[in-house]
Write a protein that binds this ligand. Structure first.
Ligand code: 16G
Ligand code: MG
Length: 558
């Protein structure tokens, strides 16, 4: 590294001293903390994103958001050139630079890392980073810190994409690296035209349910509600009413995380909405859940969570594949048997996993956290992944998309059944509509809506696909949550020694009992999840296992 580059780094780092006595770590979803603590971290993440761009010769992204956290928090994460999450190999470097105590130790870390990764600061394509932020008031100052971090790598360019949802920023990074236009209008154009295409391909004669014309969306008082309120004008065939568009307090009594965890209606929804189809986005619009308000039961709701969104998607995709493959089994070589798989975590309701397996689908579990599910889903031709909390998408492999495009062309030019050609068109449109970079509440919502119309289903009919097993989640405060070590996608606790046997003994007391523990990646607690055939049984199983956690690891259930 040339001297000039070294001095620019040291001088600019001196403007962003790290907060004293705070240790930050790049958790499941980047760095998150009270916004007042984050300037130096965001500055350093700007450097990291520029280095990642230099290393890969592609555009990367920085998103400033704390998702569903309270408004006084903020956070930052990096989008890799694929549009997905930052490669896990770079996370330890992110931790190291965020915690470097002064400019010279920061410089030292960068020099060593650049050497190890063979990053060249001269001659190659200059680094370019796309920047986005959500609606938090702290976002503007943090964006400036990120820009200064980027420009402390000489020649690097930071392009501000403005206030965007997390999935929009990831989509733009992916688009730029594929030579496409990376703007909000191109994002909306792609979504609305693929939605239109799917709407035009609805089967004739599906009974239109007049009660189901309107979708009411809780925008969490965040960026997603604002964007959807603007975007809905570009959509035909769907009537959307957006509430909580940003006038109230972000994430307070609103949003997908609140609705899914508390199982109650968000602020601004009430008994008058009973029976309506409602959806809720989280603070940065990468999570989506549906719900309907129960009649005469105050704020109680029927929750239609990520598992059910996944099941609806799987049903639709499987149907299109069967249409496409009809009668093809006897022919040789001309039929591509798409490998369809679904990815869930241990939090997926057992009834959903049973339902998917009964459909004949391959179901794989991964640990909690989008980066794990996403990675696994790329192993399929079509990989559908969802967390119960509403974060997920459908990934199409490049090979399958190419096959689909050429099959579609062939089907268009021959007289072969138009049903097949329509199925191919639908799958192609889904691959355009559903965000390939990351879970996206806006694109997910449009796909749900078009499938419900295709099936002629109300939200109640959809919710009847299967009945969730009663479940309970608890968290236990412990001295050291890292003392819990899990295996098999968090379904087994291998540490502390003996705890799994004790948990198994509790599970054995209940019909269809299932229970696991895991250390949280975002809070200083151990989480307990229990499931059984009745709510009382699930509650009892969860509390007895929480007691075990307390016995093995110490101090108090919250
Ligand atoms: C983060 C993850 C989410 C996961 C949650 C678990 C991303 C973008 N978000 O919000 O996928 O479900 O953490 O939180 O990866 P926990 O570890 O505290 O239970
Ligand atoms: Mg989020």
């Amino acid at each position: 590294m040339k001297e000039n580059q070294q001095s620019v780094l040291v001088e600019s780092a001196a403007r962003f001293p790290p907060p004293k006595g705070v240790k930050l770590s790049y958790g499941t979803a980047g760095f998150r903390a009270d916004a007042s603590l984050l300037e130096s971290t965001v500055f350093r993440v700007g450097i990291l994103a520029a280095l990642r761009s230099l290393k890969t010769g592609s555009v990367t992204g920085v998103m400033i958001t704390a998702s569903h956290n309270q408004v006084s928090d903020n956070g930052v994460k990096v989008a890799d050139p694929s549009g997905g999450m930052l490669t896990q190999d770079w996370e330890p470097f992110a931790d190291a630079i965020a915690n470097a105590p002064d400019p010279s130790s920061l410089l030292q870390l960068i020099i060593e890392f650049a050497k190890k990764e063979d990053i060249s600061f001269e001659g190659g394509r200059p680094a370019e980073v796309l920047l986005g932020r959500d609606t938090r008031p702290s976002g503007e100052a943090l964006l400036d810190a990120a820009k200064q971090g980027i420009s402390s790598i000489v020649g690097a360019i930071g392009t501000d994409m403005g206030v965007v949802t997390t999935p929009q920023l990831h989509w733009m990074v992916r688009a730029r690296n594929r030579g496409m236009e990376a703007s909000e209008s191109s994002y909306f154009h792609q979504l609305s035209s693929s939605f239109r295409c799917l709407m035009d391909l609805k089967p004739e004669g599906i009974r239109k349910n007049v009660d189901d014309n309107t979708l009411v969306v809780d925008g969490a008082d965040g960026v997603g509600g604002k964007k959807l309120d603007h975007f809905k004008k570009m959509l035909t065939g769907l009537c959307i009413e957006v509430r909580n568009r940003g006038d109230g307090m972000l994430n307070e009594g609103v949003g997908a995380d609140y609705v899914q965890k508390e199982k109650v209606s968000p602020r601004g929804f009430g008994p008058a909405d009973a029976g309506l189809r409602c959806a809720s986005l989280d603070g940065d619009a990468d999570r989506l859940v549906y719900f309907s308000v129960k009649l005469n039961e105050n704020d109680k709701i029927e929750l239609v969570d990520g598992d059910k969104i996944l099941s609806l998607f799987a049903l639709f995709i499987k149907e299109q594949l069967s249409i496409l493959n009809e009668g093809e089994s006897k022919k040789e070589n001309d039929s591509y048997r798409a490998h369809l798989g679904v990815v869930q975590t241990a939090y997926a309701n057992g009834a959903s996993t049973d339902y998917l397996k009964e459909m004949g689908l391959e179901v794989v579990l991964t640990p909690t956290g989008v980066k794990y599910l996403h990675e696994k889903a790329t192993e399929f031709d079509i990989g559908i992944y969802f967390e119960a909390n509403g974060h997920g998408t459908i990934l199409f492999s490049e090979a399958f998309r190419c096959w689909l495009e050429s099959t579609h062309k062939t089907l268009l030019s021959t007289s072969e059944g138009s049903a097949k050609q329509k199925a191919a068109s639908r799958l192609l449109a889904v691959s355009q509509l559903i965000n390939q970079a990351v879970g996206d509440a806006l694109s997910g919502l449009l796909l749900v809506e078009v499938i419900l119309q295709y099936m002629g289903w109300s939200i109640c009919r959809w919710n009847e696909l299967y009945h969730d097993l009663p479940s309970r989640q608890l968290k236990v405060k412990v001295v050291d949550r890292t003392a819990v070590v899990t295996a098999n996608a968090e379904t087994v606790a291998v540490r502390p020694i003996g705890i799994q046997e004790a948990i198994n003994a509790e599970i054995a007391k209940y019909t269809r009992g299932r229970c696991f523990i895991r250390p949280s990646g975002t809070e200083d607690v151990v989480r307990v999840y229990a499931e059984a055939t009745t709510q009382d049984a699930a509650d009892a199983l969860a509390s007895s296992v929480a007691e075990l956690v307390d016995q093995y690891l110490g101090s108090g259930t919250t």
